[in-house]
Write a protein that binds this ligand. Structure first.
Ligand code: ADP
Ligand code: MG
Length: 682
């Protein structure tokens, strides 16, 4: 047996299981073992209920006092309530759609419950806790992300089975000297420690190893890519007259835009392919800069591709870029997951024939079906949504295309070095003229009536309104803290429609089909809707200049940078615009954070504050991390490990510049960057 064997080799894993595991991206034994626990349950020290912390996962011990029959609640779901308690306090337990769990609990017996406490001190509650009989002797139990049919306990069992079968056969790609030097466990031992730990020290040791390993691979990859960047420029521009492009605009570019375009043209006509990061606050006009580069490429017979993280954003970009470029004879094609059948065939043909000079799309553009005649420029928007992997794939698509990465999130220096180490940076530090800063207010839900009266007046004046709510259907979440929050569907039905009965209101959330989302967005863009209630699917890039109010419910849920991005959806037209942050959380911390937004519109200042006060983990938010491939390391806090890894990577590459003598290592790095062709350097 070896790590690269399929999971089906394990006993009890058949086709069905394999399919379910595939949903967690687990195909091989290595995938299985690299799927680290997201947490551990320590059943050995339960809290007395009265002392258990609120809203953080913890273990309590409680005796079962009573159990209700399951009752039907809305949407055909069932609710089953159990009362329990210890000497210190009572505990209400609720199971949604899971009467079987409740049935297992016997009256008068004691159990250990793991979950999040909510409710009031005289009525403590836990929703859908995990539990064990109190007399069972369980050590540290790993908790894994689950999916349909695959439970955490099952994954734990598979991992220990895999480790038994692989015993003594796991080869470690990290050189032994490095492990010795830093006292890191070897790979096999580390897997054992992270999946079947005997104590918390083992978990910490294993994590230290995986952090180092990950940063080490990443650094090796970045350095290898860097050398690749030193290849010849095979898409060198010769004609860079942009006069027709500038003349076609109905506004003057900002100085910052001109400067960025200049830097880009210089790169593209230089000896090496361009590798540039275009960084600018929301609304600074990055699209226009990209358009100029695309125009220049097209005039030199080169195709361009622009990749956006969502279908909505891709659609929007295609429209904006078509407005800018089609009058100049450049054909713009939109390729997303929902383009199918004959239109898709035609499109692919036009791309392969070089007739579509710009292809805008989601990651659908990375598919093998898409073959360019002569791709010269690859642009990615909102890079923090993509990983180094996708960027690698995009780069592999053409031979050495010019690369332009656009980002609205100011990127801290460490991360910049780490992820964008090989990129030059252009900064748009100037907003287009005539923008008035978005007026931002923080309010509580008590003012909801007045807020809606205000929205009504804005709509009367011909404007449109965004309302952002955090979740789709509150009760589906196990987490009670989320349950108190407004769910967007409920909000749409019971708040927005009731308080604005005469207005046209749209609803959009992440669980809708992308064609539906695109349609709602189209209606909103065309002013067929006055209000758009949505989840944060609108977060990035959407441009509807007529919308001048952004309402954010449960504003305390978001990082400041995320709030700033959301706010950037308004204030794009010339009139006054508003952002209303709704929150009933009145802790000092929340008050301070929201108040900062009320006082500044400067994305960099906001990012700095976020970084200082919330800690780096929160900075990008989980989804915006920018490095989906970094599973254990934190680019901001693991700075020491990062520096060490960078130094060791450089040292190793000095003696073995192509990793020819370290094939296992090369394989790991290639996997991380997902470059089919590898890192051949010549
Ligand atoms: P972002 O940097 O957030 O991607 P966009 O490229 O979407 O910003 O531009 C925001 C808005 O500003 C768009 O409506 C765009 O047409 C407009 N815009 C861009 N550059 C200028 C300019 N120089 N003068 C006036 N408006 C501009
Ligand atoms: Mg944008």
């Amino acid at each position: 047996m070896q790590l690269s064997d399929k999971v089906q080799y394990l006993k009890g894993v058949g086709q069905t299981r394999a399919k379910q595991l595939a949903k967690l991206s687990i195909f091989t034994l290595e995938d299985l073992l690299r799927n680290y626990p997201r947490d551990y349950i320590d059943y050995t020290n339960p809290y007395p209920i009265a002392q258990a912390p609120y809203q953080t996962p913890c273990v309590v011990k409680a005796e079962i006092y009573g159990r209700q029959q399951p009752v039907r609640i809305s949407n055909g779901r069932t609710l089953c309530r159990v009362t329990a308690g210890d000497e210190s306090a009572g505990l209400q337990i609720a199971f949604f759609n899971n009467p079987w769990a409740a049935e297992k609990l016997q009256l008068g017996k004691e159990y250990l419950f793991y979950g999040r406490l909510s409710g009031a001190p005289f009525r403590r509650e836990m929703t859908a806790p995990v539990f064990l009989p109190a007399d069972s002797t369980a050590p540290l139990t790993p908790v894994y992300h689950q999916t349909e049919g695959i439970h955490s306990a099952y994954l734990a069992k598979l991992c220990s089975q895999a480790l038994k079968q692989l015993a003594g056969q796991i080869l470690d790609p990290v050189p032994a000297e490095l492990c010795e030097q830093y006292r890191l466990p070897r790979l096999e031992e580390a897997f054992q420690m992270i999946h079947c730990p005997h104590n918390t020290q083992q978990i910490a040791q294993a994590k230290r190893r995986f952090v180092f390993e990950e940063l080490f691979y990443l650094q090796l990859g970045m350095k290898l890519l860097h050398c690749q960047g030193l290849r010849a420029n095979r898409a060198k521009l010769t004609n860079i007259d942009l006069a027709p492009f500038w003349n076609n605009l109905h506004f003057a570019p900002t100085g910052a835009q001109r400067r960025a375009v200049q830097e880009i043209l210089q790169d593209m006509s230089g000896e090496q392919p361009m590798n540039r990061l275009l960084q600018g606050d929301v609304g600074s006009g990055k699209t226009l800069v990209a358009a100029a580069a695309i125009y220049a490429a097209a005039k030199n017979g080169l195709q361009s591709v622009l990749m956006a993280p969502t279908e909505i954003l891709a659609t929007q970009h295609a429209k904006t870029l078509a407005d800018l470029l089609e009058p100049l004879g450049i054909r713009v094609a939109l390729l997303t997951g929902s383009v199918k059948g004959n239109p898709k065939k035609q499109l692919l043909k036009a791309i392969a024939a070089g007739q579509a000079q710009l292809v805008v799309g989601t990651h659908a553009v990375l598919s093998d079906q898409v073959q360019f005649a002569r791709l010269g420029l690859a642009v990615t928007d909102e890079q923090h949504r993509f990983g180094v992997r996708q960027r690698g794939l995009l780069a592999a698509k053409a031979q050495d295309p010019h690369l332009l990465v656009m980002s609205a999130t100011p990127i801290p220096r460490t991360l910049n070095l780490l992820v964008f180490g090989e990129l030059d940076v252009s900064i748009l530090d100037q907003l287009p003229p005539g923008r008035t800063p978005v007026k931002t207010y923080a309010v509580t839900t008590q003012l909801r009536g007045r807020m809606f009266a205000f929205l009504d007046r804005q709509i009367d004046a011909g404007h449109q309104v965004f309302i952002v709510c955090p979740l789709i259907e509150a009760a589906e979440e196990e987490n009670p803290i989320l349950q108190e929050m407004q769910s967007v569907t409920e909000y749409y039905d019971q708040v927005a429609k009731k308080l604005l009965p005469k207005r046209r209101i749209g609803l959009m959330h992440g669980r809708m089909k992308s064609a539906e989302k695109t349609e709602v967005m189209r209606q909103f863009s065309n002013h067929e809707l006055d209000v758009l209630c949505s989840t944060t699917v609108i977060e990035v890039g959407v441009d509807v200049p007529n919308a001048n109010v952004m309402v954010i419910e449960n504003a305390e849920r978001y990082g400041l940078s995320a709030l700033h991005q959301l706010r950037g959806r308004v204030g794009r037209g010339s009139g006054e615009s508003f952002c209303i942050l709704v929150s009933d959380h009145d802790t000092e911390e929340v008050r301070q954070r929201l108040s900062l937004l009320c006082h500044t519109n400067d994305g960099f200042e906001i990012a700095r504050y976020d970084l200082e006060h919330r800690g780096p983990g929160d900075f990008f938010g989980a989804r915006q991390h920018g490095l989906p491939t970094l599973k254990v390391a934190n680019a901001m806090t693991d700075t020491r490990a990062l520096e060490t890894a960078a130094r060791d990577a450089a040292t190793l590459l000095e003696t073995d510049p192509t990793l020819h003598d370290h094939p296992l290592l090369l394989a790991q790095v290639e996997k991380l960057f997902c470059l089919a062709g590898g890192f051949s350097i010549n």
